[in-house]
Design a protein around this ligand. Structure first.
Ligand code: GDP
Length: 300
C-alpha cells in the first residue's frame, strides 16, 4: 500500500502542488484565479466542479486575509476533500450471501483494463483467504479469455470459459453455477465492452445480468474507466450507466496520468463512488480509493 501511495503521489502531485503555488502568490488577482481554474480544468476536474471550487477558495481566502503557507495548504486540502467526497460508501460488497457467492460483474469499454482489473481483484480476495471463480464472459475479444485464464492461474482462481465468440450470458451462467457448486466465496465476471450500439450493449449486458440474477443476487457492478481518456471516457461511462446500474467505479491507469481530477468528474456525472484505483499492470497494483490519501498525494 505504501508503494502504491508513492506511485499515486508521483503521478498526481503536479495538480495540487500547482494549485498551492498559485494560491501562495502575494497578489491573488483575476489572472491568478484564471490560472487556478485552468490548472483544475487541465486535470479533468470538469467545468462545474472547477467553478464551484474556485468560488469557495476565493471566498475563504478573502476571509482569511493575511495567510501563511500552512493555512493555505490546509484550506486547499479541506476543499479538495469536499470536492472528492468523503460521505460516499466506498466499501466493496463481495461477501457471499446465504448459500450463494458474492457476485461481481466488471463492465466497461474494451481496453480500459477490465480483464486486468478482474485479475487484480481476484488477487485481493484470494489474499484475503477467499476462494474465487472467474467468468470469462468477454467472448468477443479473441485474447480476453486466455488473458483471464492466465490471471486466474497467477492469482489462484479457477476460470470458467466458453467457446470464442460464444454467448457471454451462458459463460456468466456457468461461472455462477460453478461458484455455487464449489461453495466459492466470490465470482467475478469479466464482460465485453463493445460500444457498437447502445441497444446492442444493453441487450448483451442486460442478458448477462438477468441470467446471473436468476441464480444469485448481483452484489457489485463495477464500471472500469481509463483515467487517461478524459472527457471521452466520461461519455462512454454515461452510456454504460444507462444500460446497467453501476455500483462503483474502478479508475485504471492513474499511474500514467496527472489528470486525477477525473475522479471528481466521473462521480459527479454518475453519482457513483470511485471504489478502486489501478496504479499499474501488476497483480498488486489495485488499491481501494481513499479520499484522504488521494488528496494528500495531490498536494504532496
Ligand atoms: P480490457 O480490454 O478492458 O479487458 O483491458 P485489459 O485488461 O486487457 O487492459 C488493457 C491494457 O491496459 C493492458 O495492457 C493492461 O496491462 C493495461 N492496464 C490495465 N490497468 C492498468 C493500470 O492500472 N495501469 C497501467 N499502467 N496499465 C493498466
Amino acid at each position: 500500500l505504501i508503494r502504491l501511495r508513492a506511485r499515486l503521489a508521483r503521478s498526481q502531485s503536479t495538480l495540487g502542488k500547482g494549485l498551492l503555488t498559485l494560491l501562495s502568490r502575494e497578489r491573488l488577482d483575476d489572472e491568478t484565479w484564471e490560472e487556478i481554474e485552468d490548472t483544475l480544468l487541465t486535470a479533468d476536474v470538469g467545468v462545474t466542479p472547477t467553478q464551484e471550487l474556485v468560488e469557495r477558495l476565493r471566498e475563504r481566502v478573502k476571509v482569511l486575509g493575511t495567510r501563511t503557507h500552512e493555512e493555505l495548504r490546509s484550506l486547499l486540502r479541506e476543499e479538495l476533500l469536499t470536492l472528492v467526497g468523503t460521505d460516499f460508501d466506498r466499501s466493496l460488497n463481495t461477501e457471499s450471501d446465504l448459500d450463494t457467492p458474492g457476485i461481481v460483474m466488471i463492465v466497461g469499454v474494451n481496453g480500459t483494463g477490465k480483464t486486468t482489473t478482474t485479475g487484480k481483484l481476484a488477487r485481493v480476495l484470494v489474499a484475503d483467504g477467499k476462494s474465487v471463480v472467474l467468468g470469462a464472459a468477454d467472448t468477443f475479444r479473441a485474447a480476453a479469455t486466455e488473458q483471464l485464464q492466465t490471471w486466474g492461474e497467477r492469482v489462484g482462481a479457477r476460470t470458467v470459459r466458453g467457446p470464442e465468440g460464444g454467448d457471454p450470458a451462458s459463460v456468466a451462467f456457468d461461472a455462477v453455477k460453478e461458484g455455487i457448486a464449489e461453495g466459492a466465496d466470490a465470482v467475478i465476471i469479466d464482460t465485453a465492452g463493445r460500444l457498437h450500439t447502445k441497444t446492442g450493449l444493453m441487450d448483451e449486458l442486460g442478458k448477462v445480468k438477468r441470467v446471473v440474477e436468476k441464480h444469485a443476487p448481483l452484489d457489485e457492478i463495477l464500471l472500469v474507466l481509463d483515467a487517461t481518456t478524459g472527457q471521452n471516457g466520461l461519455v462512454q461511462a454515461r452510456v454504460f450507466a444507462e444500460v446497467v446500474d453501476i455500483t462503483g467505479i474502478v479508475l485504471t491507469k492513474l499511474d500514467g496520468t496527472a489528470k486525477g481530477g477525473i475522479v471528481v468528474a466521473v462521480q459527479r456525472e454518475l453519482g457513483v463512488p470511485v471504489k478502486l484505483v489501478g496504479l499499474g499492470e501488476g497483480p498488486d497494483d489495485l488499491a481501494p480509493f481513499e479520499p484522504e490519501a488521494f488528496v494528500d498525494a495531490l498536494i504532496g
